[in-house]
Design a protein around this ligand. Structure first.
Ligand SMILES: C[S@@+](CC[C@H](N)C(=O)[O-])C[C@H]1O[C@@H](n2cnc3c(N)ncnc32)[C@H](O)[C@@H]1O
Length: 332
């Protein structure tokens, strides 16, 4: 690999290189075992990712998707804070490094990254992938064994990512982690699966980050309470993930892509410009009109109907995607 910035393609090629020669059946079996373990109850007292075959399966099966989800969250942070660049980054529960790949790709000069995880095999594979990537910021990352527990203290850093980790923690450890991240970082990015449970954990984290004095940069247009009535809906987004042949082998199915649903929050200690409104569902394109579900700064949740009569705005509505700001460029 000879890239300077990590992209989905570089990640796919690096993963493919790593699995070159591994019989597809063996890879598929490792994935099945991993899925079965993840279906079991989490949190656990010991790492679920126990050996190289577990982590290899995780990397092939999940890393492209968690990478894309974090990439979307970071894009929203960059939109809200275009002049901010982190010099240091801690990836808590970073596993094989998907979030660190996304961070290294989000800014021209990737920050100095430390990846913390309790699963040594995950760190080892993450380090190996980073080495194979050829990307300077990734190769320079530090991979450190650490247990996220009630007494966790994180060293001061510019950016903290917590990607697909809260689900694996008990309620008090989740709280301790979010409080510790809020105390340590200038910007905190938390990403969870886009399920009702994942959203509930994001809202819990959002509340704690705000209570700790941070403000929400994305996806919300404000730092007031989320307007969704608990139990009626959940705020989530979707990231398109191209599937390599390796990915298709280990996950089955034949589509060239899949959509990763995720929930997230980005909160910062510094001032940002959150969007005035964000599209919270896939826009519905009808004949001569587009229906947009929006979360807005001033009117909470509302449905906008944009018709041909709106001219320029109508053309913009036909192009806008779930998760984008509305109207486009408002923040530019
Ligand atoms: C679903 S994986 C997510 C990995 C990575 N952040 C990503 O987005 O792909 C969850 C990670 O959290 C780590 N983890 C879970 N509980 C932990 C704990 N108590 N201490 C340290 N790491 C933990 C696991 O080892 C695993 O690498």
């Amino acid at each position: 690999m000879n890239a300077t910035l990590p992209t989905a393609e570089v990640l796919r090629a690096t993963l493919a290189g790593l699995f070159d020669g591994l019989p597809p059946k063996q890879a598929a079996r490792a994935v099945e075992r991993l899925i079965a373990n993840y279906r079991g109850t989490t949190p656990t007292d010991a790492p679920v990712l126990r050996d190289r075959s577990d982590v290899a399966a995780y990397a092939a099966y999940r890393m492209p998707a968690t990478f894309e989800a974090v990439r979307s969250a970071l894009a929203a942070l960059r939109e809200a804070a275009p002049d901010w660049t982190p010099a240091t980054h801690t990836d808590v529960g970073g596993g094989t490094g998907a979030a660190s790949w996304a961070v290294a790709g989000a800014w021209e000069e990737g920050p100095r990254t430390a990846v913390l995880d309790w699963a040594e095999p995950a760190l080892a594979l993450g380090r190996e992938l980073a080495g194979l990537s050829g990307i300077p910021a990734l190769r320079a990352a530090e991979w450190r064994r650490a247990r996220i527990g009630a007494g966790l203290e994180l060293a001061p850093t510019d950016l903290i990512t917590v990607s697909y980790v809260l689900k694996e923690l008990t309620a008090d450890v989740r709280t301790a982690l979010v409080d510790s991240a809020a105390a340590a970082a200038q910007a905190v990015v938390v990403v969870e699966p886009g399920t009702p449970d994942g959203y509930a954990r994001i809202i819990e984290a959002r509340d704690r980050l705000i209570a700790a004095g941070l403000t929400v940069a994305a996806p919300c247009p404000h730092s007031d309470a989320c307007p969704i009535e608990p139990g009626t809906d959940w705020c989530h987004f979707s990231a398109r993930v191209s599937r390599s042949s390796l990915h298709r082998q280990v996950k089955g199915g034949s589509l060239p892509y899949e959509d990763e649903k995720f929930s997230y929050v980005v909160a910062t200690r510094f001032g940002t410009e959150p969007v005035a409104a964000r599209v919270t569902r896939k826009p519905q394109i009808r004949k001569g009109q587009v229906l947009l579900d929006l979360c807005t700064r001033d009117e909470a949740l509302r449905r906008a109907t944009v018709t041909k009569r709106h001219g320029e705005l109508y053309r913009a509505a036909r192009d806008v995607a779930w998760g984008d700001e509305w109207p486009p460029g408002e923040n530019a």
